[in-house]
Write a protein that binds this ligand. Structure first.
Ligand code: SAM
Length: 297
């Protein structure tokens, strides 16, 4: 009979959990519920020489909840260049540091990315203490396909940049994850609808908090809902990828000019205004854009 080798223990021995000098620890912290923190995260936060925090005030609340007192330095978007250099040089000189960002996993849509790049460049050891990530948490409860997905983070603020990002994901078949702030939600939904047309969306709001809410609807449904309701709290948007039918239907007009595209719908019995609307929808552009091009001729 062949002997079965026992698998490695899931909980590593104490030596593996030792906090090392000359190391940057990326520590995942809760995205809304103070209890969502690992034993190992608390050990590292208690034992490192200092903590770099994106928001020292909110991190102070977390640390004091767990009775952790540590010297803290701030590290955020507007001081990340010089502060990153300073933190990494302290680590090179023998200290250990834990990086905690506003919430969730450092380096996902926050300045953690830059300090990890700097460590990689300077050959400084980086170790990860995994924790919650809003993107993955939202994907898991979205009710949409989770096997393949892409993360787009925040859409750019400038209209033309937003447009080019949305155009670049129009044919994306995998599920798409976006971050959004409440005051920009309505505009973002409008822009998504204009570029991608209607499809399923799950709006995951205030995850792990008292007001946690998952709204599973269509993009048009979300636009209508938020015309009546004020967006509140933090959002992750999970968008269905482009369906095979959508890609096929986009292909049928791909080689047509705008005029031919509108003529096609007219030949199918639509009045001109409706034909313009249909062509605009196929192309994921505003009706006025098609109208303007046709009128110029
Ligand atoms: N590093 C973080 C992570 O691992 O998820 C993300 C940081 S990013 C600056 C903050 C964005 O994450 C928010 O604007 C929101 O889109 C999303 N987010 C964070 N916490 C959330 C929560 N509890 N519920 C829904 N979205 C959340």
């Amino acid at each position: 009979m062949s002997s079965i080798k026992s698998p490695e223990r899931i909980i590593p021995p104490a030596a593996k959990n030792a906090v090392e000098k000359n190391t940057l620890y990326l520590v995942g912290t809760p995205i809304g519920n103070l209890s969502d923190i690992s034993e190992r995260a608390l050990k590292v936060l208690s034992e490192v020489d200092f903590i770099a925090a994106e928001d020292t005030r909110s991190s102070g609340i977390l640390l004091s909840h767990y009775g952790i007192k540590k010297p803290m330095v701030s590290y955020f978007e507007h001081n990340k260049r010089e502060r990153g250099e300073m933190i990494v040089s302290r680590i090179e000189n023998g200290e250990s540091c834990a990086l905690i960002t506003d919430a969730g996993m450092p380096a996902i849509s926050d300045p953690g990315e830059d300090i990890v790049k700097l460590c990689a460049k300077k050959n400084v050891r980086v170790s990860v203490i995994p924790g919650p990530c809003a993107a993955v948490s939202a994907l898991c409860v979205s009710g949409l396909f989770t096997a393949k997905f892409v993360f787009e983070g925040f859409l750019p603020a400038a209209k033309s940049d937003r447009r080019s990002v949305l155009d670049s994901i129009k044919d994306e078949k995998r599920t798409i994850i976006l971050y959004e702030a409440p005051h920009k939600l309505r505009r973002t939904l409008d822009d998504i609808y204009a570029s991608l047309g209607d499809r399923k969306i799950s709006l995951c709001r205030e995850l792990t908090k008292i007001n946690e809410e998952i709204i599973r609807t269509s993009i048009k449904g979300a636009i209508d809902y938020y015309a009546e309701n004020e967006p509140r709290g933090e959002y992750v948007l999970i968008l269905e990828g482009a369906s095979a039918e959508e890609l096929e239907s986009r292909a049928f007009w791909a080689n047509m000019s705008i005029e031919e595209h509108v003529e096609y719908y007219i030949s199918m019995g639509q009045i001109k205004n409706d034909a313009i609307k249909s062509a605009a929808h196929d192309r994921g552009v505003a009706k006025s854009e098609i109208y303007g091009k046709i009128m110029k001729k």
